[in-house]
Design a protein around this ligand. Sequence first.
Ligand code: IMP
Length: 431
Amino acid sequence: MPSTVLVGTQWGDEGKGKITDLISSDYDYVVRFQGGNNAGHTVIADGKNLALRLTPSGVMNPDCTPVIGNGVVVDPRVLAGELDMLRENGISCDRLVISCDAHVIMPYHIALDGAQETRLGKHEIGTTKNGIGPAYQDKAGRTGIRIQDLLDEAIFREKLETALDYKNQLLEKIYHLPTFTVDQIMEEYLPYADMIRPHMAETAQLLNTALREGKNILFEGAQGTLLDIDHGTYPFVTSSSCCSGGAPTGSGVGPKAIDKVLGIMKAYITRVGSGPFPTELFDETGELLGQVGGEFGVVTGRKRRCGWFDAVIARYAADVNSLTDIALTKLDVLSAVDTIKVCVAYEADGQRYDYFPMQHSVLYPKNVTPIYEELPGWKGVDISECRTFDELPANAQAYVEYLEQTVGVPMSIIAVGPDREQTIFRNWSAR
Ligand code: IMP
């Protein structure tokens, strides 16, 4: 049963898109298992940059079946736009499969996402305002609308009436916002049912059958470990299970079906949105990493906060995901700095934390002092043309080996630039 889960190990934006594109040709299926259009990555087709937010990147490969699993929340407006954009660029979307159990993002989810953030004021999460959290709230609250509900007009109407009865009161009485009518939403959403119908399937059955036939499956995670609803820096997280454990629940295969877990780890670390970030740099080095690394969000365009590699987080991510391999990305960006720092532990209240702390208050700048190890850099040496580990400057090799030893997981892939070719494969194989 050859299958791999690919996950982000930091706060998202680790470069998962590039690695997924790179390895997806080794897989028969590429499956999204959580999140929605809060994710975003750029793929390159015929020299053009295309931004994908919802569609699994396997759509770019004609021999691969892209699957949107049950754990995903689907905004049909975004899906329609994305499929149109792909078709206009000559990419067939016919193979796309969408789980009948995936939940649907409704217009009131988007309105409530913005309203809840405004209400939180200075405590806002910094969400992407795409309705992700409110859609998962309804899923857990058992008032959500699933893909299969869209396809039966009577069921859709009934569920929508029940949902709107409450949502409209929230919008009007608590948030003083415009309300929605059932007819208005039905009129907009029913045509989406026609778009989705040919793609809908029982994806658990599809994937388990594929595994029995010896097909190779890649589970493509979105966001990252520290944005996971359970294992992240709660409440500054997204509302889904971004860790490898989310792949079985979000797709309908059992945990024994997973044999590799590839964690994507940036050679430094970034975060968008609010929340604690122990190694955040507020100085010119942080600015420099952001500029050289092009650290702006694909979905929101927001500037990412930048900091040094945090080995405490990396070790935690290795544990909670059972990482078997790491892809280290953006190593080339570190050519811009003199000395490189790696946070090996935290100090707070006179105590040392080598492991991710139980109390997240430790992670806040007013409490935490990161304990750094300093390593010599390779400033000014362009490593973007290196294609083997041995071609890297000695200090870059030493940096990778140091991280590998500190984290305890092999770094099987190293990215030295955004292009596909700008990659060093060490010990990676899909099977
Ligand atoms: P939501 O997922 O829109 O609810 O946002 C919750 C938190 O997750 C916010 O801090 C977002 O900035 C963050 N987030 C969501 N998706 C991504 C992503 O793809 N990359 C990085 N951060 C993300």
